[in-house]
Design a protein around this ligand. Structure first.
Ligand code: F6P
Length: 546
């Protein structure tokens, strides 16, 4: 059974509080001074990835206590429950098996008395077959032209992961297929894509687990109407529309035949679904071999997560370090800094994975929580952040732990750009840690500017992890994503929360229905608060809408 231990009643939590009181002011510079082997001690290799967590406010005792916390919270049992398909998503009575989507074994995984492994492998085979049909031209558009564009219509977990992965793997776009993504109901998104494609050479993938999401159904209906306006024949729908959904009936009603339907099961949480058929646009864009490498990288990370000792386990340490900062140093956010332009969409993906999972205020017994759980995850691609928010990281009042993600080799070779990118990627965590004393400032600047010099002091001691990646290839990206997924899982277990439902998204969606009626000047039989009424009134008076 999935354990439900409150962290704050554990012995280790009490020990960590005492440890924090005696150790929180230790400067990392001193820790490195005292132990020349600190880097070796606090870094872990996983295939092409190096996880350097030595620039953290930790000692060996800190790690030992955090590991003890994980054990007291029965993380080992929770990990087993995850991989074995226990219904750990209790409020929706579902298993959570995104890990099964990237399996390469025929080992049985039973959900509701059914072995789901063959289902996963069969769907993956169907995706590969579709890709081959598109590449070979046996699947063409209605006018007989080869498909060269794929448009994913989806939002949240049906968009963010696939958009991020295709962007991150841009150097692997080897099949002549260009991906586009329509997610927002703001028609600017749809129109911007339509300017770049033509229907006769485009495959539309309607990605929606429920097939009821407002944005996706609105975009899909608009695309369908425009498509039929052009081709004038709905028998051509099957050449240009496929759906990845758990709602076959709705997809059929939309006009997509069964042979064009791909499954997303209810034991796959939307924000962790890119590993299955939702990843169709990835497979089409980078090719099935590269797509399988992505899955294999994630699967490798799964084995590491399942089998490595806690103190040598990258995602477990990522999760425990974040809890050390959030629950003991009172960090209210974490910043993620991928030093790679092609990872510009990584933070947006991670925001859903982390914040939709752990932005919870009830524990797994339904009781209100009186400790911090999910925090704000933010950030952006380096080096750009250095010219925007890094000032606050270096000299602001907030305690914000940083993750630096640093691919070493780039396929985008140009002069010495990569060397300069890397030099910054290493200098930033160094500066955050080392800081600069007034004495050091005065050695550099005129002594006469005493007053000014104080503004140039950096207190340092700001913690960060650096994940160095030999190259951003599909395998390594898969491992990285899986590590972050498992970090989120570890946090949720320790915080004793349900990380795989998302009841918090429902109220806003429900309230928008009556707002739509009001804006469309249809009859609304309820009064809203004065602000909403006032805003609606203003919308109606200034709107150009018909
Ligand atoms: O934001 C709520 C949510 O349900 C996400 O969890 C999900 O990824 C997204 O909307 C899209 O849902 P669907 O895939 O069912 O369209």
């Amino acid at each position: 059974m999935f354990p439900k231990t409150s962290p704050i009643i554990t012995q280790s939590w009490k020990k960590l509080k005492a440890h924090f009181l005696t150790n929180s002011s230790v400067h990392m510079n001193d820790l490195f001074e005292q132990d020349p082997k600190r880097f070796e001690k606090f870094s872990i290799d996983f295939e092409d990835l190096l996880f350097d967590y030595s620039k953290n406010r930790i000692t060996e005792e800190t790690i030992a206590l955090l590991v003890e916390l994980a054990k007291e919270c029965q993380l080992d049992k929770a990990i087993r429950a995850l991989f074995e398909g226990e219904k750990i998503n209790e409020t929706e009575d579902r298993a959570v098996l995104h890990t099964a989507l990237r399996t390469f074994s025929d080992e049985e995984i039973i959900v509701d008395n059914e072995n789901i492994t063959p289902l996963v492998l069969n769907e993956r085979k169907r995706v590969k077959e579709l890709c081959e049909q598109i590449y070979s031209g046996t699947w063409t558009g209605y006018s007989g032209k080869k498909i060269k564009n794929v448009v994913n219509i989806g939002v949240g977990g049906s968009d963010l992961g696939v958009a991020m992965v295709t962007e991150a793997l841009k150097p692997y776009w080897e099949k002549g297929i260009t991906p586009f993504f329509i997610s927002n109901v703001d028609s600017a998104n749809l129109l911007e894509v339509l300017e770049q494609i033509n229907f006769e050479e485009t495959l539309f993938i309607i990605s929606s687990k429920t097939f009821t999401t407002l944005e996706t159904s609105t975009n899909a209906e608009s695309i369908k109407a425009l498509f039929l306006e052009e081709c004038k024949d709905d028998t051509f729908m099957h050449k240009h529309f496929i759906a990845v959904t758990g709602n076959k009936i709705a997809a059929n009603e939309f006009g997509i035949p069964n042979e064009n339907l791909f499954e997303i099961w209810d034991w796959v949480c939307g924000r962790f679904s890119l590993w299955g058929s939702i990843g169709m646009s990835i497979a089409l864009t980078v090719g099935c071999e590269n797509y399988e490498q992505l899955l294999k990288g994630a699967n490798g990370a799964d084995q590491h997560f399942k089998n490595e000792a806690f103190d040598k386990n990258i995602p477990i340490l990522m999760g425990l370090l974040s809890i050390w900062y959030i629950n003991f140093f009172n960090a209210q956010s974490e910043v993620v800094l991928p030093y790679a332009h092609n990872m510009s969409k990584f933070v947006a993906y991670l925001q859903q994975a982390a914040m939709e999972s752990n932005g919870k205020n009830k524990d797994r017994n339904g009781n209100p929580i009186d400790y911090t759980t999910g925090v704000v995850v933010w950030g952006g691609a380096g080096t750009n952040g250095q010219h925007s928010f890094h000032q606050l990281l270096h000299q602001g009042m907030l305690f914000i732990p940083c993750d630096f993600i640093v691919p070493v080799n780039s396929k985008n070779k140009q002069a010495d750009h990569q060397e300069k990118l890397l030099s910054n990627a290493l200098a930033q965590p160094e500066a955050l840690m080392k800081g600069r004393t007034l004495e050091e400032v005065e050695e550099i600047h005129e002594k006469t500017n005493q007053q000014i010099n104080s503004f140039k002091v950096f207190e340092g001691n700001k913690p960060s992890n650096t994940i160095l990646i030999k190259e951003l290839n599909p395998y390594n990206l898969g491992s990285l994503l899986a590590f972050y997924e498992h970090k989120v899982f570890v946090q949720g277990v320790i915080w004793n929360i349900f990380s795989f439902d998302q009841w918090g998204v429902e109220l806003g969606k429900e309230l928008s229905t009556s707002k739509l009626k009001a804006i469309q000047k249809r009859k609304v039989d309820e009064k809203f608060d004065a602000s909403t009424e006032g805003l609606l009134e203003r919308v109606k008076t200034v709107s150009y809408l018909q």
